[in-house]
Design a protein around this ligand. Structure first.
Ligand SMILES: *[C@@H]1O[C@H](CO)[C@@H](O)[C@H](O)[C@H]1NC(C)=O
Ligand SMILES: *[C@@H]1O[C@H](CO)[C@@H](O)[C@H](O)[C@H]1NC(C)=O
Ligand SMILES: *[C@@H]1O[C@H](CO)[C@@H](O)[C@H](O)[C@H]1NC(C)=O
Length: 376
């Protein structure tokens, strides 16, 4: 007779990774040019008629807007009131077009997490809308410094005054690599030295003795869930937004989406069926019956792992993928056609199965299988 069937599901709390940001900054190239000219292809513009450039003012590099019509570039050095003008300048380009170049709101996360295009340690490139003396709306580019945008407009330096909701609002030029998607395989878990620290009861049953010698067949059955959250140290899936993993050979791969690193959730659940079968002999000494407990030993905590990761990206060659993986600090093992393979390592936080455990004990009121199995 079954007294109860246990199936316990423990809620495991997984700590989130500290604010990892998932994009990788993509470097652009400055090409020297002059007299209104600009290089062929890959040029980045402020507007339909002005190009992103920079001036070298006595060794100090300052963002500028190139007006091909005038043959001149106009630069603004913050708080220096004047507008610097030169027919010799560098033009900003995205030569292989592999960087995603966008103008984002100055409060956007991309603009505050080191993805901005920086001309010097403190100067970035921005643009805003300004209304000229004839009442026309213009898109004007300039220099971002300390949260403000300085533009050369109508021969004067101006601070962008597009003030909304208590903040200066303008756009900052950012450049990031496209996200990669990856396939993780060949996991090696360093579980050798782990001591189980948790027992889960699968099934239990109390048998009362009939007074004669008997033998009884016991069949216990249940399922457990192993839950893993896989993180990558120290890169935290930087630059990656989709991962497929084959964690257990022979099982169907699982696909995980990582959104902006904020919604990190590479969690994997595996159901394992556990069964116990045994014959027990009951004799006169089992007057009060016996309690038969079946369970599993688990390890709950963090385990280190290593795996291989094969990555690719839309419209990217294997070499470009390798460059992105390297830019975020990973060591590339090899490159084939459209993908690149890196070694991935990190920790898996979760609940790991580490063997069955069972016990038969003299029945006593109040005693639980959890206690009995824990003390084995
Ligand atoms: C800027 O100009 C200085 C000389 O004034 C020169 O030494 C330096 O190399 C130039 N920098 C660039 C990036 O062109
Ligand atoms: C998987 O990892 C093992 C070492 O854990 C290694 O010997 C084997 O070559 C790897 N397999 C592949 C496909 O790289
Ligand atoms: C990839 O290339 C195709 C065709 O040129 C284009 O339509 C698509 O937008 C590109 N995707 C990305 C992410 O650049």
């Amino acid at each position: 007779m079954k007294t109860s069937l246990y199936f316990s599901l423990f809620l495991v709390y997984f700590a989130r990774l500290p604010g990892t940001y998932s994009r990788v900054a993509c470097p652009l190239e400055w090409v020297p040019s002059q007299n209104g000219e600009s290089p062929e292809g890959g040029v980045i513009a402020f507007s339909s008629d002005e190009i992103v450039a920079r001036l070298n003012i006595s060794g100090l590099l300052v963002p500028a807007r190139l007006s091909p019509e005038d043959g001149m570039a106009y630069g603004t050095l913050p708080l220096d009131e004047t507008v610097h003008t030169s027919n010799v300048y560098d033009v900003l380009t995205n030569p292989s077009s592999s960087c995603l170049v966008t103008w984002v709101d100055n409060n956007d996360e991309l603009a505050t997490n080191g993805q901005q295009v920086q001309v010097t340690d403190s100067l970035m490139i921005g643009r805003t809308h300004m209304v000229d003396k004839d009442g026309n709306f213009n898109t004007v580019g300039g220099t971002v410094s300390e949260g403000q945008l300085f533009v050369a407009f109508q021969s004067k330096q101006e601070i962008s005054l597009d003030f909304q909701a208590g903040e200066f609002k303008f756009f900052i030029l950012t450049s990031v690599y496209p996200f990669l998607s990856g396939y993780l395989y060949n996991f090696t878990l360093h579980t050798g030295h782990l001591t189980p620290n948790h027992v889960e009861v699968i099934d239990q049953e109390t048998i009362f003795h009939s007074g004669f010698e008997t033998s009884q067949e016991i069949n216990h059955f249940g399922t457990i869930q192993e839950i893993y959250q896989i993180s990558e140290s120290p890169f935290g899936w930087n630059g990656i937004n989709k991962l497929t993993t084959i964690f257990t050979p022979g099982k169907t791969p699982d696909t995980f989406l990582i959104e902006n690193g904020n919604n990190f959730n590479l969690e994997y659940t595996q159901t394992r069926e556990i069964s116990f079968k045994k014959i027990i002999e009951l004799g006169p000494t089992n007057q009060n019956g016996v309690l038969i407990c079946s369970g599993v030993n688990m390890f709950q905590g963090e385990v280190e792992y290593e795996a291989l990761g094969r990555f690719e990206g839309e419209n990217l060659s294997g070499d470009e993928v390798a460059k992105i993986l390297q830019a975020s600090g990973r060591a590339v093992l090899n490159v084939n056609g459209k993908d690149a393979v890196v070694k991935i390592s990190g920790v898996i936080n979760g609940k790991f199965y580490s063997g069955k455990v069972s016990a038969i004990s003299q029945y006593e009121v109040g005693q639980t299988c959890e206690q009995i199995l824990k003390n084995i």
